[in-house]
Design a protein around this ligand. Sequence first.
Ligand SMILES: *Cc1c(COP(=O)(O)O)cnc(C)c1O
Length: 368
Amino acid sequence: MIEKPVYVTRSSLPAYEEYIEMIRPMWENHRLTNMGEYHQRLEEKLKDFLQISNISLMVNGHTALEMAIQAMDFPKGSEIITTPFTFISTTHAIIRNGMVPVFCDIKLSDFTIDENKIENLITDKTVAILPVHVYGNVCNYTRIDEISKKYNLKVLYDAAHTFGERIDDSSVESLGDVSVLSFHATKVFNTIEGGAVCFKDEKLYQKLYNLKNFGIRSEEIVEAVGANGKMNEFCAAMGICNLRHIRNEIKKRENNTLYYDARLSLISDITVRKRDPRIDYNYGYYPVLFVSEDQRNRVYEKLKENNIYARKYFYPITSDQKCFLEEYKDVKLENARDISKRILTLPLYSDLEECEIEKVCNYIKLVC
Ligand SMILES: *Cc1c(COP(=O)(O)O)cnc(C)c1O
């Protein structure tokens, strides 16, 4: 048993003084929210860092997903092909927009949507594909792009796990019509709570700007049924500070990942991620796959008994969640259901110490 609990993640923070310096001017200008100076500055800095042409900051990743879908103006009841192996937010954002999620199975190799199963699910109601780059594994974007062109569909990526990643030398956030980011406290880059929509069509900027401000176009004109999706100045200031240190944070995560790899690759019952050389990862997660659900659960319990908190992330798959009753129980999602029973996400963050990783691995070895 280790003294200090080890959780699956730990939020990155800038030095206290650095943040205080950043927010001090707000006691003079009293500009706390509504697209203030820091909001604008963070949008510019992120465009630069992520190498993308357009971005709209939001209050959180979920709202960013909802607003990205709303901005597409799909007819109500349209179908969106998506993955059930994700955080519940992805599925909720589709349904809360009055759209119908059509679940597609995932690949056993990297847990992203199986691009070869998408075409069979397309009907005359299909308007979009909403895949997720799970754990930072990038979807087969070239194939998804071809399918979307052939059937005239929009592609919206849930890119909550790929902040700052690159593939084939381009930004992952530049893929699709839109890519949605989350800057929640638990993510690689955080603004306490926050998110963003990255997009190709620059006309979306004004549309999203209005949507996140209740759909207000001008003082007397409300042109859409929007909501309050604005990122406030304290969050934007945190983002500006955290962005200064992001490369170092990712480097430390990479070192910890390599440390885990060296210890766990010796255990035959465990599969760790094989790195795709085309991807520059952000090392946001350390998922491991066990041979059985029973073994996964025993490892989870063993760690918990010893003050280490891994997560069964993502279990169960979203389509099998209680809130959907049993609506999707007959949908064939063999791989997604299988992986969700055998996966475990181990603690990983920049300040995780090697001796802590050593202990996590030793407890795993006791069970496997
Ligand atoms: C975190 C996350 C979200 C939601 O983001 P919030 O900022 O927490 O609202 C959506 N999708 C995925 C895959 C996520 O991991």
